[in-house]
Design a protein around this ligand. Structure first.
Ligand SMILES: NC(=O)c1ccc[n+]([C@@H]2O[C@H](COP(=O)([O-])OP(=O)(O)OC[C@H]3O[C@@H](n4cnc5c(N)ncnc54)[C@H](OP(=O)(O)O)[C@@H]3O)[C@@H](O)[C@H]2O)c1
Length: 332
């Protein structure tokens, strides 16, 4: 096989993805002995793509580097020593640099076999893993508790809602519109707070006077402050992200130190990145893939069509505008 394919690389650090990146053409290479050549079908758009292009994390200062961090595709060639994959297999690649490239040629251990090539399985690798490792490993999620998910209708959030319900919890989700609220109700969310219509703090004060046992927080800023105030005695709050500060810059605040709010109710705040649980990834992925295959989990996918590497920056800006419902996907 010969020819070229297109991919997006970063040529400098900037949280403005368009400024940091360029689309380049590169030669198709034959897979080495332990490698696979993949035709990408779906690339996952992630809020933190701007943190990666901005050099906030996963950065070693070497340019150019490939952008995006998850995709699914089809095996189109295998290296001579590869035994566990064959041409035509569907694979997921939850790896740095995989989302915005029409093809990937990488070592076999960077791919996971999936039942078929669909965006539902794309959603498993970063969004599903983040929700599952966050709730179960970092959050010690059990059952019979009250669990609050912020940005609940997003790529990670909809997984959190479904996993927390499956575990037998009472689930509260926040979102900005009634359209998103309908989706959350259909996923089983017990109380949806449309924060553009009612203040989260008012709802929690009136309806949850004993506080919230487990909070999965993704927004930051005032949402974070409200969540801290409503933690129950022995409540746990997970910092999954703080999207409200990714593009607007870091907010400086003057306030009493956080221990004033935590000690008197034995509450805990725990930050986590799913990649810091490498020993748990295979086990969670296997379970999540099974849950999607059996229909137990139905990953929410945003219906807006983005096609090809040329659409990636638009897709990312769309996510950061807050308009998406579910996972934003680039199709190839
Ligand atoms: N810790 C980890 O390992 C890990 C891994 C992956 C992702 N994350 C984090 O998980 C969070 C969600 O990521 P995602 O890729 O799944 O994105 P997403 O949730 O699909 O999209 C972002 C959503 O955030 C909400 N939002 C609230 N305030 C916002 C603001 N000021 N600007 C833009 N959006 C705002 C919007 O929903 P509403 O309009 O309904 O509020 C928007 O749809 C991010 O914080 C990300 O960094 C963490």
């Amino acid at each position: 096989m010969s020819g070229t394919y297109k991919k997006i690389v970063a040529h400098k650090y900037s949280k403005n993805f368009r400024e940091a990146s360029e689309i380049v053409s590169t030669d198709i290479v034959q897979p080495g002995p332990d490698q696979l050549l993949i035709k990408t079908r779906f690339g996952g758009v992630n809020a933190s793509d701007v943190n990666i292009s901005g050099g906030v994390y996963f950065s070693d200062g070497n340019f150019p580097f490939d952008l995006g961090c998850e995709s699914v595709g089809e095996v189109i060639a295998v290296g001579p020593d590869v035994t566990q994959f064959q041409v035509g297999d569907a694979v997921a690649s939850p790896q740095m640099g995989s989302a915005y490239s029409e093809m990937l040629c990488r070592d076999v251990d960077q791919f996971i076999k999936i039942p078929h090539c669909s965006p539902e399985y794309l959603s498993v690798s970063v969004a599903g893993l983040t929700a599952s490792i966050g709730l179960y490993e970092a959050g010690d999620m059990g059952s019979g508790e009250t669990v609050l998910i912020t940005a609940a209708a997003g790529g990670v959030g909809n997984w959190c809602v479904q996993l927390a319900k499956l575990a037998g919890n009472h689930v509260i989700g926040t979102c900005s519109t009634q359209v998103k609220a309908q989706e959350l109700k259909s996923l089983g969310c017990d109380r949806v707070v449309v924060y553009s219509e009612e203040a989260l703090t008012d709802v929690l004060t009136a309806e949850y006077p004993d506080g919230i046992n487990l909070i999965f927080e993704q927004v930051g800023g005032e949402t974070f402050d409200t969540c801290v105030d409503h933690l129950a005695t022995r409540g746990r709050m997970l910092i999954c992200g703080f999207i409200s500060e990714y593009m607007g810059g870091t907010q400086e605040i003057t306030a009493p130190r956080i221990y004033h709010k935590l000690l008197w109710k034995s509450a805990q705040i725990r930050a986590f990145l799913y990649k810091d649980w490498p020993d748990k990834i295979a086990e969670h992925l296997e379970r999540l893939i099974e849950q999607v295959a059996s229909g137990t989990i139905k990953p929410l996918l945003d219906p807006t069509v983005f096609e090809g590497v040329d659409s990636a920056a638009d897709a990312l800006e769309y996510l950061h505008s807050g308009r998406n419902t579910g996972k934003v996907v680039v199709r190839y």
